[in-house]
Each structure stands twice: as structure tokens, then as C-alpha cells.
Design a protein around this ligand. Structure first.
Ligand code: SF4
Ligand code: SF4
Ligand code: SF4
Length: 272
């Protein structure tokens, strides 16, 4: 039973967050929301430990579809980065601000870019494409993410400065148009670069938060060098070009690890 301790701990952590936010915000939605996400994540970890090859994808679909369809389309909450700026500028600590604080700003100090591996609804679709491992060397165009980041701030700030009416409605349509654009660019880049995760590596503005915070992540892949025979299989299986054999925080593309555990699964020596 000890091997199932991790999913139980994860479920407990999410329940603590769910109950704390429910009581703080006096809103039972937070109890449902974080309990659902916690149960989905714990189920994924449980399935992984049980040897299910699709464990990560199951969690990714459970959380990603919930956020895209239920929170975004049905409840009308813009959970993209523009929604974060919107709630931040209005001074309201709810919806996208809580989502960003937990999943993308402070959470990565604990679980790195687990969001990108197990929950993101953009990657949920991109991971279905055929180029699971990059076929070509990485390009030096990561600066695009900073342009996308600035554009998102300027867009929302301009709506406030111009005193545009009914911003909430605009944010709903921005969520739909933004997602269509993300999917279109993401799929085009995946085929152009033969790399499903090209959008994550070069364009996604959320990585401006995710990368520096995940640098300090508590949860990370490390290598037992006494067991490793340097066969290189793990490196060849990594979708994010991480040098997981280097244990230092400065390792190549260290802030890109999405904790997909493909390297762990592929290691014949169980060294990771
Ligand atoms: S980098 Fe962006 S698009 Fe890719 S998984 Fe993370 S949040 Fe989603
Ligand atoms: S797959 Fe395992 S044994 Fe091979 S290089 Fe990676 S950690 Fe070492
Ligand atoms: S293969 Fe390993 S190092 Fe690469 S992203 Fe997945 S967990 Fe991280």
C-alpha cells in the first residue's frame, strides 16, 4: 500500500486547498472545483503507479476538458492569461487569478510544470499529434513568448484605459478566439517543426510565469548515477529536450520539464 501514498497525499493537499478556499471565499464552488481537480490528478498518479500507460493523458483530458468546456464555455470564465489580467486589474481575487496563483505562479514552486503535463487544455490537443518527440534541434525563437505576454497585457489594459463597456462579454469572446488561435498556431507549429510541443517552447505566454518559478521546483527528475549506464534512451524520449542526467538546477532546458515521466518509464535501469 505504501506505493499509493503519493496519490493519497496529493488528494489531501487539494482537499486542504478546496476547503480553505471554500471557507475563505464563502463559495462552495471552490470545494467542488479543487476536489474534482485533486481527484483527477490523484487518479492519474494512481494509474501511473499501477502501470497504466495512458495515466497522464487521462488526467490531462479530465482536467483540460473540465476547464475548457465547463469553466470556460459554460460558466463563461476566461481562464487564459487575458482573464488573469482582467481579474487582476479589477482587483477581484477569483476565477483566473486563483487559477494562476495555484497552477502557474506559486504551485510550480512545489510541482514545477505539472500543469503543462497533466492539465493544460491546449497541450491536451497538441499531445494527440504525431510528433511526440522533437525531430529537429531546438530553435532560438523563445523570445516570441515575451511578445505574446506583452500583447496580452496591453490588450486588456487598453480595454480598461479606453473605458470600453461590457468588458466581461469581450473577455468571453477573447477566450474563444484566443483558444482557436492557440490551437491553430500550435497545430501549425507542431507540423512545421515536427514537434508537438513547439507552441509550448516558443509561443506560450504563460511560460513567462512558469519557467522562473519551476526553476525552484521541489518536485523534479533526478538521476541515480550509480545505476545509470548512459545509454541515452531517456534523452531520446523527452518531448521537452531536458537534460535529465544533469541534476543541477541549471541543466539544459531544466525549466521546461513537464513531469510527463516518459524518461522514467523508458529507463531500463530504473535510474531516474
Ligand atoms: S507551455 Fe503553455 S500551452 Fe504548453 S502546456 Fe504549458 S500552459 Fe499549456
Ligand atoms: S535511460 Fe536510464 S540508464 Fe539510460 S541514460 Fe537514461 S538514466 Fe541512464
Ligand atoms: S521526459 Fe522526463 S525530463 Fe523530459 S519532460 Fe518528461 S519528465 Fe521531464
Amino acid at each position: 500500500m505504501r506505493k499509493y501514498l503519493l496519490p493519497i497525499v496529493l488528494l489531501a493537499v487539494f482537499e486542504v486547498i478546496a476547503v480553505a478556499l471554500w471557507l475563505m471565499m464563502d463559495n462552495a464552488f471552490y470545494l467542488f472545483n479543487f476536489s474534482y481537480i485533486g481527484a483527477s490528478v490523484a487518479l492519474g498518479v494512481f494509474l501511473f503507479i499501477s502501470g497504466n500507460k495512458n495515466a497522464r493523458r487521462i488526467t490531462q483530458l479530465l482536467v483540460g476538458l473540465y476547464m475548457l468546456v465547463y469553466l470556460g464555455l459554460i460558466r463563461g470564465e476566461n481562464m487564459q492569461i487575458e482573464g488573469f489580467w482582467y481579474y487582476l486589474f479589477t482587483g477581484v481575487f477569483e476565477a483566473a487569478t486563483i487559477h494562476y496563483a495555484v497552477a502557474k505562479i506559486f504551485g510550480p514552486l512545489l510541482f514545477g510544470r505539472g500543469w503543462c503535463g497533466y492539465a493544460c487544455w491546449t497541450a491536451m490537443v497538441l499531445d494527440f499529434l504525431p510528433h511526440k518527440v522533437p525531430a529537429r534541434p531546438r530553435k532560438k525563437i523563445g523570445w516570441i513568448r515575451y511578445v505574446a505576454f506583452v500583447v496580452s497585457v496591453v490588450f486588456v489594459a487598453a480595454l480598461f484605459l479606453a473605458h470600453v463597456g461590457n468588458i466581461e462579454r469581450i473577455m468571453f469572446w477573447a477566450f474563444i478566439i484566443g483558444n482557436v488561435a492557440y490551437y491553430a498556431i500550435g497545430i501549425a507549429l507542431a507540423y512545421a517543426f515536427k514537434d508537438n510541443r513547439a507552441f509550448c517552447k516558443y509561443v506560450c505566454p504563460v511560460t513567462v510565469f512558469l519557467k522562473p518559478m519551476s526553476y525552484y521546483s521541489l518536485l523534479r527528475i533526478t538521476c541515480d548515477h550509480d545505476r545509470c549506464v548512459e545509454c541515452g534512451t531517456c534523452r531520446r524520449r523527452c518531448p521537452m529536450d531536458v537534460d535529465m542526467l544533469d541534476d543541477s538546477r541549471k541543466r539544459q532546458n531544466g525549466t521546461e520539464c513537464i513531469l510527463c515521466l516518459e524518461c522514467v518509464r523508458s529507463c531500463p535501469r530504473k535510474a531516474l
